[in-house]
Design a protein around this ligand. Structure first.
Ligand code: 13P
Length: 255
């Protein structure tokens, strides 16, 4: 049962990159390269300004749209924020929540991740909830404690039905943008731990259906061995998603 019922999800987190024309050029090239991809869910996450143009560009394709963040309120006096109804309106199916860069630089907490997750779910957006330990935490033997607080904090109060719409992305902070990928065994160990947390909080049946992506220096060359791990169900890709060829190659390598 393990691994067979979950469709792998490959998502490109473009972070703070790409103007509108660059974004459309990338999806135009990508569409052609992944047109025959089956058995894999493909997602791109441009910055807010490019969402509308990318949404049009991928409209009749097998590529789904995600935003990189969302605010917890639907509307009101919250200058600079973007809400779940707005993301739904522009064509997003997913939204990345709690990326380590947001936790590190923008004050994101487990509580705000939880509120954003609930806002996304209320508007039929699938949250991609990011969790992951920093290097010092791993070295101090705190990996499981950190992951437990990120996971349980992020999904606090969700029904099983809501959880089934969520994706969890395990991104060890020391592996992000460093070229230091977690070994397949390191990734599997944490993914298995996360699935165990979900089993305890919900049930084995529910936990077995949740997609847990790995992120952190995923490249075409290391995708297959990561995805071969029983609890690794996809990848959240940064740098290698900025070029159509390398991202398409990653998609290819999970099939
Ligand atoms: P890199 O693939 O550039 O390491 O980034 C990973 C990431 O943070 C994706 O969200």
């Amino acid at each position: 049962m393990e691994g067979t019922m979950r469709t792998p999800i490959i998502a490109g987190n473009w972070k703070l990159n790409k103007t509108i024309s660059e974004a459309v050029a990338l999806t135009t090239a990508l569409k052609a390269l992944v047109v025959d991809a089956t058995g894999v869910e493909i997602i791109v996450a441009p910055s807010f300004t490019a969402l509308a143009a990318v949404s049009d560009s991928i409209a009749a394709s097998n590529i789904h749209l995600a935003a990189q963040d969302v605010y917890s309120e639907d509307s009101g006096a919250f200058t600079g924020e973007v809400s779940a109804p707005m993301l739904k309106d522009v064509g997003c199916d997913y939204v990345i929540i709690g990326h380590s860069e947001r936790r590190q630089f923008f004050g994101e907490t487990n509580e705000s991740v939880n509120q954003k997750t609930k806002a996304a779910l209320a508007h039929d957006l699938k949250p991609i909830i990011c969790v992951g330990e920093q290097l010092e935490e791993r070295e101090a033997g705190q990996t499981e404690a950190v992951i437990k607080s990120h996971v349980t904090g992020g999904i606090a109060g969700l029904s099983a039905a809501d959880l089934l719409s969520c994706v969890i992305a395990y991104e060890p902070v020391w592996a992000i943008g460093t070229g230091k990928t977690a070994t397949p065994a390191q990734a599997q160990e944490v993914h298995n731990f996360i699935r165990g947390l979900l089993t305890k909080a919900y049930s084995a049946e529910v936990a077995s259906q949740i997609c847990i992506q790995y992120g952190g220096s995923v490249k075409p060359e290391n995708t297959a061995e990561l995805i071969a791990q029983p609890d690794v169900d996809g990848a959240l890709v940064g740098g290698a998603s900025l070029e159509a060829e390398s991202f398409a190659q990653i998609v290819q390598n999970v099939q």
